[in-house]
Design a binder for this molecule. Sequence first.
Ligand code: SF4
Length: 172
Amino acid sequence: MDWTEEAEEKTKNIPRAVRGMAKKAIEKMAKKQDKEVIDAEIVEKAKNKYLGKEEESNDVKKIAIVRCHRTAEVCPGVGCLNAFQDDRVKFKEYEDEETRLVGIFTCGGCPGRRTGRLLDNLEKHDEKPDVVHLGPCMFYDEEQEYVRCPHIGLIKEMIKSKGYDIKEGTHH
Ligand code: SF4
């Protein structure tokens, strides 16, 4: 995507360590607003949004990701995060919508009881997700490196009973 000089200039005070990520988020926002060029206005808008200076529109879809606690010992979650950030695979359906990741957490270990408590906490913080994505690590079968979650049925039932929409998978 093309950037105007003024827009590039405005990103220079974003810390170098997160600048790449911030620019990606700005491009995503611009794409969703049908902009072909990143100008200073969109950079400013994105900064206000991410710094919490602008009231969020009700149309923003809030997403939470739940992962297997056992798998998280060896998985930093990068596949889930990148797929969300780039609207890929199971997040592709949101590519024309504004989304925000409100939580990414593990089930807390078998039998996954922490999932309910953390979802309740999101609601308490006024961050109730519209959709809860369950990480692919919860659906592995024996042919793969991990064992399929034996509690997946109960976890899904509990999430549904709280009124959440569930989607299976993230980066696959
Ligand atoms: S309950 Fe399922 S998802 Fe959670 S740690 Fe156990 S196997 Fe993994």
